[in-house]
Design a protein around this ligand. Structure first.
Ligand SMILES: Cc1cc2nc3c(=O)[nH]c(=O)nc-3n(C[C@H](O)[C@H](O)[C@H](O)COP(=O)(O)O)c2cc1C
Length: 263
């Protein structure tokens, strides 16, 4: 299962999932992509023979807030689970611990967990093109060690990094300003737009008007899907605080971070 507006989480979850399924000798697992609003109504229920591999991106060091209600509808019955987060080379802070806690509260037992790096949603230079081949081979090795642990009936819980209370949502400058001024950071559209509707169809909060894709009808979560998927590069953010944050992140987090695995 994954939520993945710009597809980095999807890539890692599919890589780990395919490897686990192949090792197990079954044809295919069941994939649930809960990126779009209509896919986030009621979560599935799992039994004790299932294994849930689930991934979300890190937003402000946390599990994306808009997912909390849906994640709490996914139920396990002493089901093994593998929570995974993708972050944009800054930090994952408390997101992995939070996802782990949500699963445990809903009847899952965590067997292993991992934090991987994906190209930052705001940028096409920060963690550019990640996950790359090195990340994918680490993801496969991770799947192999998780599989071995399951096969050996080892049930030792991994120690997962993170703090409680979790990081406050509005700790970045952009979040604080948004809260204070009800500032709307939302995508603009330039004259190269060909009205293909890809942006409206991809928006995970359904806030781009299908009939007039230049109109934003709800609260944009700045996930970057419309900007990164636009075939004519017509969608862009130009809010000064967004640009400031993007440039600061690109400047500060140049050093390559590596995946962290907890098995
Ligand atoms: C609103 C928002 C907040 C983010 N916060 C963080 C963060 O705290 N740390 C970080 O390293 N990356 C952060 N990112 C970047 C994403 O976690 C990263 O690009 C991830 O790979 C995106 O996943 P996706 O491709 O599945 O959408 C943030 C992205 C967005 C849209």
């Amino acid at each position: 299962m994954y939520f993945s507006p710009t597809a980095t989480t999807k890539t890692i979850i599919e890589t780990i999932g395919k490897r686990l399924v192949k090792k197990n000798g079954i044809d295919q697992g069941i994939t649930v992509d809960f990126t779009l609003p209509k896919q986030r109504e009621n979560g599935p229920t799992f039994n004790s023979n299932d294994v849930l591999l689930i991934g979300v991106p890190v937003y402000a060091g946390r599990v994306p807030h808009i997912l909390l209600n849906y994640l709490n509808t996914i139920k396990g019955n002493n089901t093994l689970s593998i929570p995974v987060v993708l972050y944009g080379n800054r930090a994952y802070e408390d997101a992995l611990l939070e996802l782990n806690d949500i699963l445990v509260e809903n009847g899952f037992s965590v067997i292993a967990s991992g934090a991987f790096i994906g190209e930052h949603s705001y940028s096409d230079t920060l963690a550019k093109d990640r996950p790359d081949n090195t990340d994918l081979s680490i993801a496969k090795q991770f799947a192999d060690s998780v599989y071995k642990k399951i096969e050996n009936s080892a049930r030792k819980k991994p120690i997962i990094k993170g703090n409680k209370p979790y990081r406050a949502y509005s700790s970045s400058k952009i979040d604080k300003k948004r809260e204070k001024d009800r500032m709307q950071v939302e995508p603009k559209t330039d004259e190269n737009c060909i009205d293909c509707k890809i942006c409206a169809e991809a928006c995970p909060v359904g806030c781009i008007d299908y009939n007039d894709v230049t109109k934003i009808t709800g609260t944009c979560i700045i996930c970057g899907a419309c900007v990164k998927l636009c075939p004519t590069s017509s969608k862009y953010f130009d809010h000064p605080d967004y640009i400031h944050l993007k440039l600061a992140l690109e400047k500060q987090y140049i050093d390559r971070k590596e995946p962290e695995l907890f098995v």
